[in-house]
Design a protein. Sequence first.
Length: 355
Amino acid sequence: MSSITAEGYFLETPGQPLVRRALELPDPGPGQALVEVTACGLCHTDLSFADGSVKTRHPLPLVLGHEITGRVVAAGDGATDLIGQPVLVPAVLPCGDCAFCRAGRGNACPHQTMPGNDDHGGFATHVLVPAHPLVSLAGAPDGFALDELSVVADAVSTAYQATVRADLAAGDLAVVVGAGGVGGFAVQIARARGARVIACDVKRASLDAASSFGADHVIDVTGREPRDVRKEVRSLAATWDVPSLRHRIFETSGTAAGQTLAYSLLGPAATMMVVGFTPEKVPTRLSNLMAFDASIHGTWGCPPEAYPPVLDLIYSGQVQLAPVVERAPMSELDALLDAMARHELERRMILDPRN
C-alpha cells in the first residue's frame, strides 16, 4: 500500500510541547477520505489530552485536534464523489450501521472514532477519516468563511445536540451554566429555538457576550451559594410564567462547582443536560430526581445527520461565529495551549496548518 507524507503536531509526552514532524498516512481505502486540512479549532479537550489529565484512547504519539474543516483530495471506493468538496469532519464519527446508529443515537455508537483521540487528528496538513459521516460545505453562502465552521465540529454541534436531547422548545426556559465556549453557543441556539435564556458564569466577559447574543438575563455566580442563584432563577421564571416543567438546565462549564449549581436548579419535572466534563467527583442527592420527578441526561457530541440544521442556523445568521472566533497559525499551537491553561483565551481559536 502506498502512503502520503503529511505533517502533524504530535503529542509524544503529556505535559511536554507538541512535536512537529512528518506524518505518514496510507492511501484511502474503501469508504475512506483523505482531507487536506484548511482549519482546526482548538478545544479544551485538546488541552486535557496535552497536559495528561485525560488519556487518549490511541497510544502516544498521536496528532491531536478534532474540529476540522478541509477539502477532500483523495478517496477510496464508494467515496470518490467527495473528491474536491469542502467538508466538515464531525468530532464523533459513528459507524452508521449498528443498533445505536440505526436508532438515531450515533453519538453513542460503541464503534465510533474521534479524530485526535482514536486516530490522528486535525493538527496536521492532512487527516484520513471515514467518508460517510463527512458533512459537505458546498452549500455555504457565497463568500462565507469556511474556516470558521471548524468550531461546528464540536463546540456548536455539541450545544445543538444538547438542546435536541433536552427537547427544548419555544417558550421554555434555558438556564446555561457556563456561558463561555460551548455554553456561549448554547445561549445562541436556545434563543434561536425561541426559549427564554438565563446565562450563569463567573467571568464578566462571558456574561457580556451572552447578553449580546440575546440572553434575557445573566447572573454572575462568583461567590454565591447555589440556593441564592436558584431563588433568582425561579423568581425570573415566575415573572415569565414558565413552570419548572419547562425548565431546561444546561451544564456546560465542565467544573464541579458548575455541576453542583446546575443540579441544584432542578425543580418538579425539570430537565438537566450534562454537557461539560470534569474529572472531579461531584456529590449529589439522587433522591431529588425521584422527589421532583425530574430528568437528567448526558450528551456526547452530535450525530452527523444533525449537522445540516446546525449549518442552517449559522448560514441564516441566527447563530454567529465571527464574534467568538480568532485565527492563528498552527505553529503557535504550544503557546496557545499554555494560554488556554492560564485561562487567557477569550475566543475560540482556529488554527491554520499552512502557517
